[in-house]
Ligand binder design. Structure first.
Ligand code: MG
Length: 331
C-alpha cells in the first residue's frame, strides 16, 4: 500500500502555529510581492476566495469579512516543511517527498495501515501543530484521491478493492490527480462526472484522447500500479533563497546583512546536496527600474563579494540564486 500525507492549507496552517489568534478566522496568504492569493484557510474558502485571485480583486471581500492577510514567508514554510518531512520519513521504511507539503509513504506489508496513519497524523499535529490528512491505497493516483476524500472524512481514508466504487463516486472528476481543465471539459462532455466514471472508462478511448498518460491514470485508478515511489530526488539545477523586504533597503550595510543570511542559507542547501562549489548571480533592483534614488552602487557590492560571479539588475526582490557546479563531497 502507498500513503500520501498532505498538509492542510499548509501556508495558512504554518502562520497559525505561531499566532493562535488566527484559529477559526479566515486567513489568506499572498504570493511574492503580494500579487495574488496562494493559500486559504477553510474559513476563507467558505467565503469564496479562489486560488490565484489578484489581491486587488479580493480586497473588498477581505475588508468586508475582516480576513487576516499575510505576505508569503517561504523561510517559515520551508522550515516547517523540513520538520514535517523528518517526522514523515521516520514513519515509513521508504518515502518520496513530492512537494513542500506532500509526501508519499510506503505502507507495504503494514498490519493496520489506517491505525498507523492516524498515529502519524496525531504526532505531526502534537509535535508541530500542523494539521495533515493521509490517504492510503494500492497506487499513487488512488492514494492522492483518498487524500482528497480524507479532508472531509476524518483525516484518514483508505481505499481498498472492496470500497473503491463507494469512495470514487464521492470524488468529483476535477479533483483527480492529473485532470486539468481541458481534460475535465472533454470528459464532462462525454458524461463523466466522478472519479468512478473515469475508472469505468474504455481504455482505448482514453488512450486515443488522452494518450498513454490518461490510460495510465485509469489503470492506477483500477489499482494497477504504474507509478513507483521515487526515493531519490532528481538533482536540482538551482538553489534559490529569496524574500521580499518589508521596507525598501537603501543602505549597503542592510543589504549586506540580508545577503549574508541568504548566502548562509543557500550554502547550507548546496552542502546538503553534496556540491563542492557554486556560482551565484545576485539580483537587486537598480535605480532606473525602481524610478528612485540609486539603491546601491554595484561596484562596492562586487568588491565585497568577489565570489559572486555576476550581478544582474532586475526590478525584483533581492535574491540569491546558487547554481551548483560540481557534484561530489566537499574536499
Ligand atoms: Mg496541502
Amino acid at each position: 500500500m502507498i500513503a500520501l500525507a498532505d498538509g492542510n492549507n499548509f501556508y495558512c496552517s504554518c502562520e497559525r502555529v505561531f499566532n493562535p489568534t488566527l484559529e477559526g478566522v479566515p486567513v489568506v496568504v499572498l504570493s511574492n510581492n503580494d500579487g495574488c492569493v496562494v493559500a486559504r484557510s477553510e474559513e476563507a474558502k467558505a467565503l469564496g476566495f479562489e486560488m490565484g485571485t489578484p489581491e486587488f480583486q479580493a480586497r473588498e471581500l477581505i475588508e468586508t469579512h475582516g480576513v487576516r492577510v499575510f505576505s508569503s514567508n517561504y523561510t517559515l514554510y520551508g522550515d516547517m516543511s523540513r520538520r514535517m518531512m523528518e517526522l514523515l520519513t521516520a514513519s515509513a521504511p521508504a518515502t518520496e517527498i513530492y512537494s513542500i507539503d506532500e509526501c508519499f509513504l510506503d505502507y507495504t506489508g503494514m498490519a493496520d495501515p489506517e491505525e498507523h496513519a492516524r498515529r502519524t497524523r496525531e504526532q505531526v499535529r502534537q509535535w508541530l501543530g500542523l494539521p495533515i490528512c493521509i490517504g492510503i491505497a494500492a497506487t499513487k493516483t488512488l492514494a492522492k484521491a483518498a487524500n482528497k476524500l480524507a479532508k472531509h472524512n476524518g483525516g484518514v481514508v483508505m481505499i481498498t478493492a472492496d470500497n473503491t466504487e463507494e469512495w470514487l463516486t464521492k470524488l468529483p472528476l476535477d479533483k483527480l490527480w492529473g485532470i486539468g481543465r481541458a481534460h475535465d471539459r472533454r470528459l464532462r462532455a462525454r458524461g463523466f462526472r466522478t472519479a468512478w466514471d473515469f475508472h469505468q472508462a474504455d481504455p482505448a478511448w482514453v488512450r486515443k484522447h488522452m494518450g498513454v498518460v490518461g490510460e495510465r491514470m485509469v489503470r492506477e485508478l483500477q489499482g494497477i500500479a504504474c507509478l513507483s515511489l521515487e526515493e531519490v530526488q532528481p538533482d536540482r539545477q538551482n538553489v534559490c533563497c529569496a524574500k521580499s523586504f518589508g521596507t525598501r533597503l537603501t543602505e549597503l550595510r542592510d543589504i549586506e546583512e540580508a545577503l549574508a543570511n541568504y548566502v548562509n542559507t543557500s550554502a547550507g542547501r548546496v552542502r546538503a546536496r553534496c556540491c563542492s562549489s557554486a556560482s551565484a548571480p545576485l539580483r537587486l533592483p537598480n535605480s532606473s527600474e525602481t524610478g528612485s534614488q540609486p539603491m546601491l552602487d554595484q561596484r562596492p557590492a562586487i568588491r565585497s563579494y568577489p565570489h559572486v560571479r555576476c550581478l544582474t539588475f532586475r526590478p525584483a526582490p533581492a535574491a540569491l540564486f546558487v547554481r551548483p557546479l560540481h557534484t561530489g563531497l566537499p574536499s
